[in-house]
Write a protein that binds this ligand. Structure first.
Ligand SMILES: NC(=O)c1ccc[n+]([C@@H]2O[C@H](COP(=O)([O-])OP(=O)(O)OC[C@H]3O[C@@H](n4cnc5c(N)ncnc54)[C@H](O)[C@@H]3O)[C@@H](O)[C@H]2O)c1
Length: 258
């Protein structure tokens, strides 16, 4: 990874879903580029590991154990980071789940699975943005980057209507937030990962046939990495993206361009 030292010096960031995959890579990279980073996820141990990794390289991290879909927990986590650092500047609204094999064709889809995906992926991002934006407003502005998916507007995730709907909801919410906050100093944008090698895709990554099948759908011929997504998230969160709001930056090896 190419580090642009100090690009985020003095910035205070919170990343949801920071214990694994894209969130972890983003937290590590933000810290390497000078930001203080609040790490949100449900379990303490994996967050402690990420924090140790950041601190070992001289960075500053704060472990914030919270379930992103529980409003009191996400509010308390954002408040704690803001209190610790005197405000917040960047929110990466990233936490999400995919329930492969449980999310299913609509006529077979269990209501409880629908609710779980919508609550975690859509309501969770709403809550991160809500309680993060309050601190960005108090600080006079900042940047929010949401995580979306191509399946929000392409019927590519067959048998995953609930996951796709959750990402469609986040896309619509992000566009409206971008306009609502445009003149209040908060830039809101979205990174749209394609097929990325993270724990979310571990079953596919381990299955040679499945991996070959999915890689074949991608013009670049391989899955992306969490760090390639983190690079895009950091760019949108940085001052270099000062004229971008409501943008979707697609990091998918060309998959959606076919
Ligand atoms: N990996 C991909 O191919 C891909 C593709 C498109 C979109 N995305 C999106 O990117 C984001 C990150 O995905 P990833 O691949 O890094 O996933 P991952 O499973 O590797 O990591 C997800 C992170 O979110 C956290 N999380 C899940 N539910 C949570 C909750 N209720 N509260 C707090 N934290 C919670 C997990 O603990 C973990 O830290 C997700 O929003 C996902 O939908 C990923």
């Amino acid at each position: 990874m190419k580090i642009i030292a100090e690009r985020f010096a003095g910035r205070r960031a919170v990343v949801t879903g920071a214990s694994a995959g894209i969130g972890r890579a983003t937290a590590l990279r933000l810290a390497a580029e000078g930001a203080r980073v609040g790490l949100i996820a449900r379990r303490r141990e994996p967050l402690d590991e990420v924090a140790r990794e950041i601190q070992a390289k001289g960075g500053e991290a704060l472990v914030l154990v919270a379930d992103g879909s529980v409003e009191s927990e996400i509010a308390a986590a954002m408040d704690r980071a803001a209190k610790e650092w005197g405000g917040l500047d960047i929110i990466v609204s990233n936490a999400g789940i995919e329930l492969l094999g449980q999310d299913d064709r609509v006529d077979r889809l269990d209501r409880a699975i629908w609710d779980k995906l919508i609550t975690t992926n859509l309501t969770g991002q709403f809550l991160a943005c809500k309680h993060g934006a309050r601190h960005l407003l108090a600080a006079g502005g900042g940047a929010i980057v949401c995580l979306g998916s191509n399946c929000a507007y392409l019927g590519m995730a067959t048998n995953e209507p609930a996951y796709s709907a959750s990402k469609g909801g986040v896309l619509a919410m992000m566009k409206v937030m971008a306009i609502d906050y445009a003149r209040l100093g908060i830039r809101v944008n979205m990174v749209i990962p394609g097929f990325i090698d993270t724990p979310m895709n571990a079953p596919v990554m381990k299955d040679t046939k499945e991996l070959a099948y999915w890689s074949n759908q991608i013009p670049l011929g391989r899955p992306g990495t969490a760090d390639e997504c983190a690079a895009a998230i950091l760019w949108l969160a940085s001052d270099e993206a000062s004229y971008c709001i409501g943008t979707t930056l697609v990091i998918d090896g060309g998959q959606a361009s076919i």
